[in-house]
Design a binder for this molecule. Sequence first.
Ligand SMILES: Nc1ncnc2c1ncn2[C@@H]1O[C@H](COP(=O)(O)OP(=O)(O)OP(=O)(O)O)[C@@H](O)[C@H]1O
Ligand SMILES: [Mg+2]
Length: 241
Amino acid sequence: MLGQTRWGTVTCACETQAREAEEKAKQAREWLTLCHEFTSRDKLISKADLDPNTKRAGSANAMRIAYNFVDTYIQWQREKPGLGLYLNGPNGLGKTYILSGIYKALMGRNISAVFMTTYHMFQRFREVAKVDDYDYEKRLLKVLYGCDVLLLDDIGGEVPYDSRAEKLLDVINARSQKRPIIYSSNFTTDGLEQWMGNQGARIADRILENSITITLQGESLRGGINDRHHDWLAGRVKGLG
Ligand SMILES: Nc1ncnc2c1ncn2[C@@H]1O[C@H](COP(=O)(O)OP(=O)(O)OP(=O)(O)O)[C@@H](O)[C@H]1O
Ligand SMILES: [Mg+2]
């Protein structure tokens, strides 16, 4: 070259392919790690498991649908891109349990998922605004817009300032008809519309467009858990009246 002899390494095609595959796998691992980093890990129910054969009245349908969502995720997205679920109902029926189960099952299949309480999501937006940390904000938005499945726990459980509702609307819009959101809430979509103030109607309308609403019914499971605390205590402290 230009009158000089130059030596260089020649890489065969298969070696290049292997290197590219390795690089892709590394990026995929990093992406899953980032999603896990933004997950409200302390709010996940770690024992949660999706059991399609559950007989628990009032929540069995929700559990079976959640199982189907994960089990046939690729097909589900091909046929209904961006279609998620809106699980609603009173306290203690297993909504967070189901969202946790979906999160664990998806991540176990290398499908990028983020589980966040809505309160936590708003808190992160607030932190970002306070310190003007653009890099952090970029990563937060990348995760909220881009993860395969966003699990938003307890929507409506936070104080609904309009500026917060706008952030939520923005995330919903970014994912609409592309990547699903799975919500849990104590509100029906009508109730949420009232609760969310000026943006309520826009939010509820888009939730209806992008998700299947499932209402859980029954008595809080926490009552039974409390009974077991009493049984345990009775085993330790004899002769309680
Ligand atoms: N299928 C299940 N198997 C075993 N335990 C469960 C199941 N579903 C829920 N639980 C337990 O019942 C309790 C209440 O469940 P969870 O927190 O998911 O309710 P929730 O509907 O999210 O309530 P809230 O509306 O108050 O947030 C938790 O301790 C949870 O671990
Ligand atoms: Mg909950």
